[in-house]
Design a protein around this ligand. Structure first.
Ligand code: COA
Length: 179
């Protein structure tokens, strides 16, 4: 079974597999911020417990290769935790999701991380499609995908629930790079 690398480096970021022990740092850096979680599938947390649960599932995914496998992104110059990016491998495809602490937005960091993983995924003989989706009202995320070489394919209507906004599924922009 195909397994992503547990670590990777970009010009400014050092990425490593997330573990349960990272929960307090993840909570403090971005998981407690509802501006950050607005378009995500989970609400901002006040407590470390749900973050530990999520990271427990992440450890299981890294063990089995099934489900979303997240890395934590640390700045190489200060070692500060900046955010996270994850991949889910399907038949012939790699799907990405990502989040960055607000203080690190607008510096091109996520495009840097996503570009690196898109390159890795499409270099695998069995992967033909690198893709991601985001809320139609999240243009910064669409730009990140475009900067990573993906093209807009369309809108997935009523695709994803953002619990910070409401309980109904919302329309999403889907982007992909294929070979
Ligand atoms: C989406 C997110 C990852 C972007 O990360 P980032 O490192 O700030 O992104 P980058 O700096 O690489 O690129 C952002 C691009 O969006 C553009 N952008 C930002 N806000 C925008 C807006 N409101 N409208 C249009 N474009 C916008 C920026 O100008 C930049 O493009 P440019 O380099 O061509 O100028 C970050 O904002 C985040 O973590 N948001 C919360 C979590 C989230 O929404 N994740 C995505 C879920 S699918």
């Amino acid at each position: 079974m195909l397994r992503p690398p547990e670590t990777f480096l970009t010009a400014r970021l050092a990425a490593r597999r997330a573990t349960v022990a990272d929960a307090p740092a993840v909570l403090a850096a971005y998981a407690n911020d509802e501006t950050v979680t607005r378009y995500l599938s989970w609400k901002a947390h006040a407590d470390v417990k749900p973050v530990e649960e999520f990271l427990g599932h992440a450890e299981e995914a890294w063990r089995t290769g099934k489900g979303a496998m997240p890395w934590l992104l640390h700045l190489r110059d200060t070692s500060e935790l900046a955010g996270s990016i994850g991949v889910s491998l399907g038949t012939g495809s790699a799907m990405f999701g990502y989040v960055l602490a607000k203080k690190h937005w607008h510096r091109g960091l996520m495009a840097e991380a996503l570009s690196s993983l898109v390159e890795w995924s499409l270099a695998q003989p069995s992967i033909y499609r690198a893709w991601a989706f985001c809320d139609v009202e999240n243009p910064a995320s669409v730009r990140v995908m475009e900067k990573a070489g993906m093209q807009r394919e369309g809108v997935l209507r009523r695709w994803h629930v953002c619990p910070t906004i409401g309980s109904e599924p919302r329309d999403c922009t889907v982007c992909a790079r294929v070979k």
